[in-house]
Write a protein that binds this ligand. Sequence first.
Ligand SMILES: NC(=O)c1ccc[n+]([C@@H]2O[C@H](COP(=O)([O-])OP(=O)(O)OC[C@H]3O[C@@H](n4cnc5c(N)ncnc54)[C@H](O)[C@@H]3O)[C@@H](O)[C@H]2O)c1
Length: 415
Amino acid sequence: MPENTRRDFIKQAALGTAAFLALPTARALGANDRVRVGMIGAGARGRDLLKQVLALPSAQLVAVADIYSRSRDAAKQMIPGVQLFDDHRRLLDMKDLDGVIVASPLHIHIRHFLDTLAAGKDLYSEKTMTWSIPEAEQCREAAAKSRQVIQIGLQHESSGELADAKKWIASGMVGKVTQVESWMSRNSRHGEGQWVRPVPSDCTPQNVNWAAFLNGRPDTGFDGYKFINWRLFWEFSGGNITENMVHQVAWIMSALDLPVPAAASMSGGVFSEKDGRQVPDTIAVTLEFPEKDMIVTWQSTFSNSRYGLGEHILGSDGTIEHVAGATEMVTGKSQEQIEYYPEKINRPEGAAAKGETPGQNHMGNWIECIRTRRTPNAPVEIGYRSAIAAHMSNIAYRQKRRVTWEEAKAAKPEY
Ligand SMILES: NC(=O)c1ccc[n+]([C@@H]2O[C@H](COP(=O)([O-])OP(=O)(O)OC[C@H]3O[C@@H](n4cnc5c(N)ncnc54)[C@H](O)[C@@H]3O)[C@@H](O)[C@H]2O)c1
């Protein structure tokens, strides 16, 4: 039995038939039916994902829910026939919707995640899976009880480079890996903080449902800057850890089959542009995996982009070098490449190798899994583990000490 099918079978057997019969059911898809998709949160990333769906002949984007009129208008321009909602619950009421893409800000992922599953829809949820550790636990539990197909927006889980790395590691060419070093660097013009977006003149209480954005956060009055630049504030974001480290840590965890870290440390600060942001721009993280005899480090800066981003998997018998030139993983502007180099001391006859596995379309993989009911490339488990690593790091930074998994789990999430 293929691994995905076997996992689904075991999951279903463990849950029992009765539990499944009580769950809402998805629409039965005929062989020629296009998968009908809706989106919650059509901002910058949402609109990228809209384009990805539009490019897939097997899917149809039929509805968008957003609490900001500007985002709804932009979606309508891209897809003239799309149905628009200003409340995600109305979109989830649609009976003929198969799957929902969630691309809302991080602090609202949990609500959209849980509501989508409760409505019996399949889910594509942007990373990081959740804003906090308790929320990650809640989402994982809800996913285990559901029979929906869930893909997390960790698109590098569908990359050919990950398949190459897994293949090399499994073959023994890399040997014992004790350390992985990874980094991500960007730069911006003097005086222009990374990520800062201008606030459009139509970003007003009339055009934005501020209470829905806050989703229970304390209300200190409408703040267009925070609404547009939510990434800069702990209340809504986990900073570059949940924006970028999560992609790379998920990739490393999948390549080496790593569990949740036993401990995390993180130092850094707001050093590049002191523009009122709370989340650090300069970061050094160490994640510990004692049961694997391994540490994983990740560094980032917003004041220098020379070394782009990458991962070095350092093994006793060989090195895997995965780099993306002088740019970053998310936009994928530069050539991404993966190479293997033998450690001559332990593999004297070993030869260097270049990655050659083609990548898969991450969105296409989700759509296909909606049809086949298989497990997608970035299931909840990797969403969960990478979210935990991210939140442990931020907790260590904010508490200014090394934190263990047990301590992080017991910590109360802080704004
Ligand atoms: N996978 C990737 O490579 C990648 C890249 C960029 C962003 N992202 C992720 O995508 C998500 C969105 O980021 P973004 O840059 O598009 O943010 P954004 O602020 O541009 O867009 C968010 C949208 O959500 C809407 N929204 C806010 N609250 C809502 C609610 N309660 N109900 C419905 N809509 C609501 C906003 O009006 C806005 O249109 C984040 O989780 C981010 O980390 C992923």
